[in-house]
Design a protein around this ligand. Sequence first.
Ligand code: PLP
Length: 391
Amino acid sequence: MSNATKLIHSIPVDPLTGSISVPIYQTSTFIQEAPGQNKGYDYARSDNPTRAALEKIIAELEHGVAASAFASGLAAIDAVVKLLESGDEILAVDDIYGGAFRLFTHIYAKFGIKVKYVDTTDVVNVLDAINSKTKLVWLETPTNPTLKISDIAAIAGIAKQNGALLCVDNTFASPALQQPILLGADIIVHSATKYLGGHSDLIAGLVVTKTKELGDKIKFIQNASGAVLSPYDSWLVIRGVETLYLRVKEHSRNAQIVAEYLQTHPAIDKVYYPGLTTHINHDIAAKQQSGFGGIVSFTLKEDTELAAKNVVCNTKLFKLAESLGGVKSLLCHPATMTHKSIPVEKRLAAGVKDSLIRLSVGLEDANDLVKDISQALGKINSVAEKIAAFQ
Ligand SMILES: *Cc1c(COP(=O)(O)O)cnc(C)c1O
């Protein structure tokens, strides 16, 4: 049976009524027959049937044994860091999601957890940086926004040998393209806000674990800390994942067309897309992913903030907004938007130049998207009126 069929039919039918859609259990508590005697649920922070249905679907989809659904991707990341103790170290990919950088550096540093950032595209850097204090290796692959690809299987081997857990933020690839647990990861996190939800209408996060023991620890942390996903938003994510394979396939197809077009454009300096044979570690992406995803980034020959703003303020179909993975195409200027909390030297070292633009290629017709980018690129040197409003 194909993965898409399996996924669609992993969504349960309600045994009570036959409802083909998972019921939304909008409740805070559950009546007990006697103290401690219940139907498996006692209080909705600890567990809720709608949330539990989502968690089971995602655990299966990612080949894990347990999942927990959180109020945001960052709440999911936060729960994983809480597995650590003061004195432990995290070894993380340098091109990390800005919010994860902020959480690690500005919150957990205070509690004695150290983070080392390295370029994980070369496993030698991981071997050099890992030490006896490293308890967690943190990967994103592809990364945001330069689509860096790291070899999950090779790094899983290094982490295991060192007694560290490997966590992969699988937001960009989504389980439709990449299954990190099958490649040796211990934990997967998701911002379900992106491809899993898929419609830009919610904020949600997930943690999936390879073992029940880790799953129980995450559940304990979730119940103790409280950042649970609401029943309604759990239902929306279930509704979104029904079409995950269909959407991600089309996002990838459109993104490949847009990336190949950008590569031929005279104003473009560099295109970042794992589906291009020129992309660093394209061969690893081709090996560990079954498609290359919907995110494309590029820099301009005129590497200035103004040139980039002239492009992002002049597209008509690509809307200027943070976030990604929805039906509508979006674009953003990481240097002044998603990555503005990262110090300039660190940002530039990670390849996030002043003119870098990130596209979340949506589900519109690819030709229309190419035309839109093309006309906006024609405005690089204009002094756009919109700039004033943008600043
Ligand atoms: C958006 C995102 C997050 C954070 O998720 P939220 O749902 O916004 O909290 C984490 N990792 C990656 C790769 C993301 O794109």
